[in-house]
Structures are given as structure tokens and as C-alpha cells.
Ligand binder design. Structure first.
Ligand SMILES: Cc1ncc(COP(=O)(O)O)c(C=O)c1O
Length: 471
């Protein structure tokens, strides 16, 4: 009752304020001549009528000036003229491609192409509106069922963008009375979600779980829910966190654990289940030497997967589609289904995207040799590069292999030199990474041939010598 009267008082105050400001505007219009009506009682600087002096535009134009002064072609947004795979064509020139997340080669898979074509013929190119507005489709539910089963979780929810999945999920589930502790190298979509949530937040040094524990020891008691969020396979460095230790910490401090599997799905674990399969395999091996109580890989997978509260992934990398997903318990999924803005106020996933992602899951199960081939390609690449005295950073040799160059300018130069030798690899420069960590980032796929890998590492050695990285 008290709330109601407070609410109606507030409402009448807002109505009053609105109508009096409208009255003022009307009075002003009535008492002014025509020329005065077009004059504002304040001035607006010309600077704020355009983006000519916008700080971000100034940054971009400085970068472009710098590149042209050094005679370097802009390495970004090159127009690629064919399907992205192990080869790419730019202005008629064919190059070996290391800039695609097509980890298991599904983007060009005839089965996937056919599925997408049939999907368009049957259901059209779009579902037209948000699922809350337009209703559900069977293919959306089927994909979610598949994802939930894959992570051994009761439910899953699919969004139309991987980036929006993180932003919407984190900002919906956590608020100002909560704390979020995240790995300092987490992806932008995680950081954006954290900022939007209004929660207090702390980064912990990359993969340093002792620091994570220290932060929790000091801060856990001051907050309601505490989220620990990290990635399964880091997209800039190619290393993995210690999942069993993360689970132990989460349980000790009563936290929620979220893992972004964007780069680990289809890459880690013999069957591509990602981080939990990876650790189940490692710890099954260790327990053979008597370190752990006897559990087989499946039991450990079950244990690790169910201990992670929120599994996040994207459809755009291994699955060669577009969109993102969350697999979690039914309460979390219900909250997201009704309140996550990126789901509620955004169109539902289309048939070609949903059905091709579902097909890619099926192919991953049917063709596990792709995962094996990816692993052996990546390990060969890393071994050859390291043997030439070139620094591959923290990469564990799964699919992402950085070559640390050490300055943004040199990284751009190295990328251009390799381009001239018929190899396409993107430079990663400041501010995406620290200046002295500027690098070339190689994405290895199951489709690269041994010849392509050898040719590339030889070219890389020549370029590294030319830019003074090695002798
Ligand atoms: C770790 C991580 N999470 C989320 C995303 C966003 O996924 P998407 O590109 O499918 O929107 C990316 C994209 O590269 C990523 O690397």
C-alpha cells in the first residue's frame, strides 16, 4: 500500500514535470518571431556535429598514416575472394591461410553445405523475429538439446552471436551486489558483460590460480554471488587453465564457475568435448600411476562437466556456423530465456545456421580423425617453429600458436613479408595485446597439409631473420 502511494506520487510528479516543460516550450514558440524560433538559446560547437575529432577516429587515422609512412599495406579487412579454408585468395593471389577458425575443416564440408541448402529451401533464410515474439522452431530446440547433452547439462540456450552470448549472460545473471573475478586475458565479450553487469570486478593474473584464491580469501564474504570466469583455450596464447583446481576453488569459496569454450570445442579432448574432456584424459592417465582414486574418463568427464555451472561456446568456430550458446541448469536457462537482452530482443537463430551447427556436432562424432589430425598438425607446427629459435609464447600446441614478435610495427611488417611469400597470417598488435607481446597468430586446422606447414615455417624463419628476430 505504502509502495503504491509512493509510486502514484512519483508518477504524478513526472507527468507534472513533463507537461510544464511542454508548456514552456509552447510559450517560447508563441512569443518568438519566425527567425528567433530557429535560434537556440545555447550554442553547439562544430566539433560535436561530426566525428572528425572523435578520439577513436583520430587513433585510426594515426595508424593509417603510420602504415603509409612505413610503406606498409593495411593488413586488416583484406577482401578474401573464396571460401575460407587452408587457402585464401586476395586480388587474384592465392595464399596459405592461417587466419581462420575453421579448426576441423567443416566450413567447406559437403555434408554441411547440403544441410544449409536444404534448411534454406525448407525454412527460408530467417525466422523473422525474436523467439519470444515469433515462437520456437523445432530446429532451434533440436540444437539446444544437442548442446545440453554434449555438456551433460539439463538445458541449453542458443543466441545469434557468440559475443552477445557473453555480454547478455554475464550482465543478466550478475548485479551490483555481486563480484566477478576473471582471467586477465579473457575475451572482450566477457569484459563487456562484466562492465554492463554493474558487479564489482577483479582480474587475476593469467592462469594464476593462487592469485585467484587470494582475491577470494579477501573479498568473498563481502558479496552475494561470486562468478569466476575464464576460457577453455585462450585465443591469443593457446594455453589452457587447470580445470580441476578451478573447480576445487569454486567449491571452497562457494562461487559460480563459467568457462568460455569458444576455442576449445572440437579442439581439446579426443572427441572434441573441450576442457572437461582434456582434464579427464590427463587425470585418468595420472591416476594410473596411483595419484587419484580410480575413475574412468567418462566418469571424470561427468564430474568435471557437472561442476562447471555455466558452459559458454560459439557456433562460429569449429562448428562453421554463426551464434553462441549457454549450457547450464534449468533455472539459469529460464532466467536467460526471459531476461537476457541479447536473446529476448534479438532475432532467433535461423534454420541454415542452426541446422548446420547441429550437423557439425554430428560430423565431429562421426569423424574424430579430424581432431587427431588437427592435434598432430598443431604440434608439428609448434615443434618446427620452436626448433628455429622462434618464441611461441605459452602455446600448448592445440590450434592457436602465437609467434611473439615484440613490437606492433615489426608484427605488421612480418605479416606483410609472409604475405609476399604467399602466407596469410594476421598480426595482433597493441592494444589487443601489450606492445612487447605483439605477435603473429597462427590458427592451425585439420585441413592444413604437412607440406603447407613445413613451407610456412621455412618462410617464417626467413622473415624472422630479416626483421632481426633471430640470427
Ligand atoms: C573467447 C571468445 N569468446 C567469444 C567470442 C565471440 O564469438 P563470435 O565470434 O562467435 O561472436 C570469441 C570470438 O572470437 C572468442 O574468441
Amino acid at each position: 500500500m505504502a509502495d503504491q502511494s509512493k509510486f502514484s506520487k512519483m508518477l504524478s510528479r513526472i507527468v507534472k514535470e513533463k507537461s510544464s516543460s511542454n508548456e514552456d516550450a509552447c510559450n517560447f514558440n508563441e512569443t518568438c518571431s519566425d527567425s528567433q524560433k530557429n535560434k537556440l538559446p545555447f550554442s553547439i560547437s562544430d566539433e560535436y556535429r561530426t566525428f572528425d575529432n572523435h578520439p577513436l577516429w583520430l587513433k585510426i587515422s594515426t595508424m593509417k598514416d603510420l602504415a603509409s609512412r612505413f610503406g606498409i599495406e593495411d593488413p586488416f579487412f583484406k577482401l578474401q575472394e573464396n571460401v575460407h579454408g587452408t587457402l585464401t585468395t586476395v586480388r587474384g593471389k592465392e595464399c596459405i591461410n592461417f587466419s581462420s577458425y575453421n579448426y576441423l575443416g567443416f566450413n567447406d564440408h559437403p555434408g554441411l553445405r547440403k544441410t544449409a541448402m536444404v534448411a534454406v529451401e525448407t525454412f527460408g533464410t530467417s525466422v523473422g523475429a525474436s523467439r519470444l515474439v515469433a515462437g520456437e522452431r523445432g530446429f532451434q530446440k533440436d540444437l539446444e538439446c544437442k548442446i545440453a547433452g554434449f555438456y551433460r547439462k539439463p538445458e541449453a540456450l542458443v543466441f545469434v552471436s557468440g559475443h552477445a552470448t557473453n555480454v547478455s549472460t554475464i550482465s543478466t545473471l550478475f548485479g551490483s551486489e555481486d563480484l566477478i573475478v576473471y582471467d586477465s586475458l579473457c575475451h572482450n565479450s566477457i569484459i563487456e558483460g562484466i562492465l554492463l553487469s554493474g558487479a564489482r570486478y577483479f582480474p587475476f593474473a593469467h592462469n594464476d590460480l593462487q592469485i585467484l584464491e587470494k582475491i577470494l580469501m579477501t573479498n568473498r564474504s563481502k558479496y552475494k554471488r561470486v562468478l569466476i570466469v575464464t576460457e577453455g583455450l585462450f585465443s591469443m596464447d593457446g594455453d589452457v587453465p587447470n580445470l580441476p583446481e578451478l573447480i576445487a576453488i569454486k567449491e571452497k569459496f562457494g562461487c559460480i564457475l563459467m568457462i568460455d569454450e569458444a576455442h576449445s570445442l572440437g579442439v581439446l579432448g579426443k572427441t572434441g568435448h573441450g576442457l572437461f574432456e582434456h582434464w579427464a584424459e590427463i587425470n585418468t592417465l595420472k591416476q594410473c600411476s596411483g595419484v587419484y582414486s580410480q575413475k574412468n574418463v567418462n566418469e571424470l568427464m561427468e564430474l568435471y562437466s557437472s561442476s562447471v555451472d555455466i558452459w559458454m561456446g560459439t557456433l562460429s568456430k569449429t562448428l562453421a556456423s554463426c551464434g553462441g550458446y549457454i549450457a547450464a541448469d534449468s533455472k539459469i536457462i529460464s532466467i536467460l530465456r526471459f531476461y537476457a537482452p541479447g536473446f529476448v530482443y534479438s532475432v532467433g537463430i535461423s534454420a541454415p545456421a542452426a541446422l548446420s551447427a547441429n550437423k557439425a556436432f554430428e560430423l565431429m562424432e562421426k569423424e574424430p580423425e579430424r581432431i587427431y589430425k588437427l592435434r598432430s598438425n598443431a604440434q608439428l607446427f609448434r615443434k618446427l617453429v620452436s626448433s628455429k629459435g622462434i618464441n611461441t609464447g605459452r602455446s600448448e600446441g592445440f590450434s592457436v600458436i602465437p609467434v611473439i614478435i615484440g613490437s606492433s610495427h615489426q608484427a605488421i611488417k612480418a605479416s606483410e613479408e609472409l604475405w609476399n611469400k604467399g602466407i596469410n597470417v594476421q598480426p595482433i598488435i597493441h592494444p589487443a595485446v601489450e606492445e612487447q607481446q605483439a605477435r603473429l597468430r597462427f590458427f592451425i586446422t585439420s585441413e592444413h597439409t604437412v607440406e603447407q606447414i613445413v613451407e610456412t615455417t621455412v618462410a617464417l624463419q626467413e622473415v624472422a631473420k630479416k626483421i632481426g628476430l633471430i640470427k
